[in-house]
Design a protein around this ligand. Structure first.
Ligand code: NDP
Length: 293
């Protein structure tokens, strides 16, 4: 193996410590702790796990974590009423509605009802627009975490060729906007892209956000490139159990890349750390407190 391993787990732990270290100064000025409220509807087991770990991490950072658990019989009107109530609550700095919602609920209307200035997930169209035009807002946690890892590894990204494979609203598109804002030359690839291996081979920075286990092979990668693997796929481990793999075939990619994020332990841990960061930033902005670096 030649590639350096990008330690997202370690970076995320440091970011969480930095966030926690800034909470007391906020509390001293504002007279309250920053607050993150998570809304979960229904019993999806994976969502329950995510929500519990977000709650624990929020409390570990010294912030107030509140969780609203609603039954899957909840109506759209009831959910919207709760979101409006949270919008109006001065103790709530961040509102996160755990997705996916049960099928009878309209996700886009729910997200559109969240106050954009409390939308710490960065999914509201106002925040997508702010990102596109370079205004201050909230950026989705996973791609913002990827940019932090890239800048930590490479420093100035300007002029680099970046290829993002995937164009979802929560990962691929905001990732491309962030790389563009850092003056990369950005290509966004997707399921209709012709000759994807050749497109990937042009990348100094390759971001994989596809959701297809180990699709991107070592011979798709430019020697020395920095590879960010967003994918989280659970597959058979060949021994009757399961394991997590990314969208990149780690073994072959690590022979060619200059640096690569592992799965698990790469991008994954960054998402919650950035969520805490966004909540703290929201609290500081809403109380108009200056945020130190
Ligand atoms: P989506 O399913 O929303 O998007 C997948 C994208 O990949 C689409 O744009 C699709 O193209 C593209 N795609 C699918 N198949 C191919 C193919 N064969 N060749 C090229 N492009 C293809 O996924 P997400 O963006 O939500 O997530 C992507 C991955 O990242 C998943 O594994 C997910 O689990 C993981 N993830 C990890 C997070 C974390 O680390 N915390 C957070 C969020 C996601 P098209 O648009 O043409 O259909």
């Amino acid at each position: 193996m030649t590639a350096a391993i990008i330690d997202g787990k370690g970076f995320a732990a440091t970011l969480r410590e930095r966030v926690a270290a800034l909470v007391p100064a906020f509390e001293a000025t504002a007279g309250r702790k920053p607050g993150l409220t998570v809304v979960i509807v229904g019993e999806d087991p994976a969502s329950q796990v995510y929500v519990r770990s977000k709650g624990k991490a929020t409390e570990a950072a010294g912030m107030v974590s509140t969780t609203h658990r609603l039954p899957d019989t909840t109506t759209q009107d009831d959910l919207l009423a709760l979101v409006r109530q949270l919008n109006a609550d001065p103790a709530v700095d961040g509102i996160l509605v755990q997705l996916p919602l049960p099928k009878h609920l309209d996700e886009s209307e729910v997200i559109a009802t969240i106050d954009p200035d409390k939308d710490v997930d960065g999914f509201h169209v106002v925040n997508a627009g702010r990102l596109a035009v370079g205004q201050e807002g909230f950026v989705p946690c996973t791609p913002l975490g990827c940019i932090m890892l890239l800048e930590d590894r490479l420093g100035d990204l300007s002029g680099l060729n970046a290829v993002v494979v995937g164009r979802s609203n929560i990962v691929g598109k905001p990732m491309a906007q962030l790389l563009l804002a850092k003056s990369c030359t950005v290509t966004v690839a997707h399921s209709r892209t012709k000759d994807l291996p050749e497109v990937c081979r042009r990348a100094d920075i390759l971001v994989a956000a596809v959701g297809r286990p180990e699709m991107i092979k070592g011979n798709w990668i430019k020697p020395g490139a920095t590879v960010i693997d967003v994918g989280i796929n659970r597959v058979d481990n060949g021994e009757g159990g399961t394991k997590l793999v990314g969208d990149v075939d780690f073994a072959s990619a690590a022979e060619v890349a200059g640096a690569i994020t592992p799965v698990p332990g790469g991008v994954g841990p960054m998402t919650i750390a950035v969520l805490l960061r966004n909540t703290l930033v929201s609290a500081y902005r809403r109380e108009n407190v200056a945020l130190g670096k």
